[in-house]
Design a protein around this ligand. Structure first.
Ligand SMILES: *Cc1c(COP(=O)(O)O)cnc(C)c1O
Length: 449
């Protein structure tokens, strides 16, 4: 196909401003996503607009799965719902073969609604209610036990339902990183995890299928996974030796870092974040050195969220106004803020114009539409001048935003998906007043004002 003609343009390079990674402060514009122009996306879905790329999602999933299987063939990557639980997004992962990893009864319902059978759901989370456990157990889901009350409840349900529930123990341990996530599951080093397994086995009411951990999120040190895997496999051996129970799987959770740049991080994320290869190698070394693995070859499960979706998600926003701050910086007010892009609090997200801009740069702060001082999308960065109605492209925003977005003074916008063949479809429609008031009730005596 012949490409459409675009007029030549000059993009300004500011000389002498290379940082130590040879990155310049030049702001390159981006006028399309997967060859679909930003202009046509805004015509279809308005502004602000979330855009997801199916091609990028599938590519990331396959790359991660292939990479981990090079090191350990019996590996499987399940989809972490809370990272992004829009039905269309989940189903892309499910079409690729991913089971569901859920952390609440609500997410469990979502996975079932997407057609995932109970046996293909890993049910995590510290707050599973009795009714939710009852349903999940009767549908054969893998229950990852977080605390003792939950274990006792599962024993009771096993009797009530006349079923042997399939469970794993969530454990936490020192993997050399800080902060240590010790609030989830049972600690390994102090023997709590061991005593829990002892109690579980002596109860005789459940089938212990595996061990689970989720050591944290945005883990920048791949060695943490080496230590997690090594300790879990050692524990699996102890369980075999003490109780003669052989585990079906070792679940290492999620936590791989995306290419975003943390707010206080100097090195750009695309250089600082480990590659799939580095994580996979660290895990592979632990697995392939393990006697337990040679004897029993357990399945290796990952519950990767962020890194599989962050870079596949973009946010288009429009300029509503500008002002000059007393600091000499320019402020730009956008129609998208932390209400829908909450990860802007953690990351220096990439903000770029969507067409070439002539002229000089000025340090520019990007604010959102909220009447809150903390509504900052991006602190000052050199940027060309923008005008009312101009659009900017913010990325990566695919992880955790369309689940953690908040209902505060604004409607949530359209979310669209660019399919592999270049179709653009709205996968979540923007809200209106009926969505907001649908569940309200005004008592009789308050109806007339
Ligand atoms: C959030 C979560 C994940 C996914 O974590 P990422 O950092 O997004 O990869 C996986 N497992 C559990 C139990 C979680 O809570």
């Amino acid at each position: 196909m012949k490409k459409a003609y675009t007029a030549p343009y000059i993009e300004r390079n500011s000389a002498g401003n290379l940082n130590k990674y040879a990155h310049t402060t030049v702001v390159r514009h981006q006028d399309s996503i997967d060859n679909i122009s930003i202009k046509s996306l805004v015509e279809l879905g308005g502004s602000p607009l979330f855009v997801f790329s199916e091609k990028q999602i599938r590519r990331s999933y396959r790359r991660l799965q292939d990479t981990i299987r090079i090191h350990y063939p019996k590996a499987e990557v399940s989809w972490s719902y809370k990272t992004n639980y829009l039905g269309a997004i989940c189903n892309i992962f499910h079409q690729e073969g991913a089971p569901a990893e859920v952390v609440s009864g609500m997410e469990y319902e979502m996975a079932r609604r997407n057609g995932i059978p109970g046996e293909r759901i890993y049910f995590n989370g510290p707050s599973k209610r009795k009714s939710e456990l009852s349903l999940a157990i009767s549908e054969g889901a893998m229950i990852h036990i977080d605390h003792l009350e939950e274990m006792y409840l599962i024993e009771k349900l096993a009797d009530e339902l006349g079923i042997t529930p399939k469970v794993a123990i969530r454990m936490n341990m020192d993997t050399g990183i800080s902060p240590l996530w010790t609030r989830f599951g049972f600690n390994y080093e102090n023997g709590e995890a061991y005593r829990t397994v002892q109690r579980l086995v002596s109860g005789g009411k459940m089938q212990l299928m595996g061990l689970h951990t989720h050591i944290g999120t945005f883990i920048l040190d791949p060695n943490a996974y080496y230590w997690a895997a090594t300790k879990m496999l050692a524990f699996a051996q102890t369980i075999k030796d003490s109780f003669n129970v052989v585990l079906d799987y070792i679940d290492l959770g999620g936590g791989f870092a995306s290419a975003n740049t943390l707010i206080d991080q100097y090195t750009p994320g695309e250089l600082a974040s480990p590659s799939f290869e580095q994580y996979a190698e660290a895990i592979g070394i632990a697995f392939n050195a393990s006697y337990y693995v040679k004897e029993h070859h357990p399945r290796l499960i990952l519950e990767t969220g962020r890194v599989l979706i962050d870079e596949a998600g973009y946010l288009i926003a429009s300029v509503l106004g500008k002002k000059n701050l007393p600091t000499g910086e320019r402020a730009v007010i956008l129609d998208a803020g932390v209400n829908i892009n909450i990860t802007a609090w953690w990351y220096k997200q990439r903000v770029v114009p969507t067409k070439p801009f002539p002229g000089s740069y000025q340090n520019t702060v990007f604010y959102g539409p909220l009447c809150m001082n903390i509504d900052v999308i991006r602190s000052a960065m050199p940027f060309p001048d923008l005008y009312y109605g101009d659009t900017v492209l913010i990325s990566p925003v695919g992880a955790y935003n369309v689940t953690q977005w908040m209902q505060f003074i604004e409607y949530r916008p359209n979310v669209c998906l660019i399919s592999e063949t270049g179709n653009v479809e709205i996968i979540r429609e923007k809200e209106d007043i009926t969505d907001i008031v649908a569940r309200e009730y005004i008592p009789e005596h308050l109806r007339r004002i």
